[in-house]
Design a protein around this ligand. Structure first.
Ligand code: FMN
Length: 153
């Protein structure tokens, strides 16, 4: 089974989990990087005028730099991101829209400031049509990460 770990991380927490997972599973790694990277000011959700709030309210697409090479070759995709506004960040939706998900097994993992996974999978499903979302969870620490990797091994 060929596995891709694709992740977005604005502040580094999800990146650490994604890299550890890819290493444990011997999977390929793709970082979802916005064409215009986020600054600290951009992700200050306490400011109503911050980029993150504008994107959220405007349901905006956030263009992604680069593409996964030979996406069709993967059977299984582990998609990781921080929980933003109780779901996946817009840039993750935009990423998903660029690929054909038919037949893929999709596992969602997230880090958060305390929110659970909530309806994240249902919200993302329209952008990954054809994939089977096998699991969606928030990883809260190293033990969680180990358990997740073991289940996938
Ligand atoms: C714009 C924005 C929105 C967020 N919304 C939530 C939220 O709804 N629930 C939550 O628990 N944490 C929320 N967080 C916190 C992040 O999910 C958390 O800090 C995450 O671990 C960051 O991951 P990263 O370091 O990979 O970017 C938000 C953070 C940002 C920047």
């Amino acid at each position: 089974m060929k596995t891709l770990v694709a992740f977005f991380s604005a502040e580094g927490t999800t990146a650490k989990a994604a890299k550890a997972l890819a290493k444990k599973l011997g999977a390929d790694l793709f970082e979802i990087v916005p064409e215009v990277p986020y600054t600290q000011a951009d992700i200050n959700w306490k400011n109503p005028l911050a980029r993150c709030n504008k994107e959220k309210i405007g349901k905006k697409d956030v263009p992604v730099a680069g593409k996964v090479e030979d996406f069709a070759a993967y059977d299984r995709v582990l998609l990781g991101f921080p929980i933003w506004y109780y779901g996946a960040p817009n840039v993750v939706n935009t990423f998903c829209k660029a690929y054909d998900w038919t037949g893929k097994q999709l596992f969602l993992f997230a880090t958060s400031g305390g929110s659970g996974i909530g309806k994240t999978a249902q919200k993302l499903a329209p952008y990954t049509e054809g994939a089977v979302i096998k699991d969606a969870r928030v990883l809260t620490g190293l033990e969680d990460l180990k358990a997740f990797a073991q289940e996938l091994a």
